[in-house]
Design a protein around this ligand. Sequence first.
Ligand code: NAP
Length: 277
Amino acid sequence: MKVTNKTRLNMVIGYPLEHSQSPVLHDAVYQLLGINAVLLAQPHLQLKSLIQTIKTLSVELTAVTSPYKEKVIKYLDQCSSEVSMLQAANTLIQRDGKLHGYNTDIDGIAFALRNIVVRNKRVVVIGAGGAARAMGYFLKKNKTKLLWMNRTKKKAIALAKEFGGDVICHDELNEIVIDIIINTTPIGMYPNVDVSPLPDYIFSAHQVVFDMVYNPMITQLLKQAKKHQAKIISGLDMFIAQGLKQIELLTGKRIPISPMIDKLRKVLIQNQRVTRI
Ligand code: NAP
């Protein structure tokens, strides 16, 4: 799509943004759907200035990433019920000068787990940051038996209080039957691709293992799980689905994910920042 004086300006904000795949993903979707828009990466340490820029330049869609998902809340004029519950937004849509906040990470999670029965399953969530909170929201809604595990135990305790479930530590893992394992930490992310949050003996064939890390697509955790014939799910599908939902919010038109997912996976994997290992 040629840039013209009708091109809509969108942004991704966060710091740092070197590894953000949002510009690549959005560009690919804009091309596929014929949307005359660009999404520019704006790494900046002053959120207040970024918000001012978004307003001055009438930026329509802003993708929000670490460390601003919680910090943007005070600048919102309106927000979805998910944002109000989680106090975290990954998407801003500007309408008539007003900023509306959404959390499409939840849509990404729902898509990634669309073929998995989570109800009444025993799920271990590793990590207790922003992504874990979105996960907790989804899993609580879907009535799973939650177990939280995190390096800083008090954060796991806080999530167990908020979303239900118990806190466990590494030593207790081999005493429980686990149905679903979800990694919400950056462990295994490029360039530290050889590490995993779990030892090999945890995995078995009946399990589902979902890693939110999407670079590389198949992490060390997923390799271990696959070796034991568990079903594996990469964070790449979540990433694509959360981005498509952002574009749905921008255009107001429903975007079916399934016809596009293979093409978008290819684009992101081919991009050199997503390393195939
Ligand atoms: P965050 O708020 O900074 O939380 C990170 C969590 O990981 C914390 O609980 C932290 O433990 C834990 N952690 C970090 N490094 C660790 C290490 N070396 N060993 C053990 N625990 C460690 O980050 P976030 O926003 O939740 O994001 C987490 C991951 O999810 C990132 O890799 C991000 O790329 C990914 N993510 C993917 C998608 C997607 O679309 N696929 C969307 C959102 C996020 P402490 O509490 O002890 O610090």
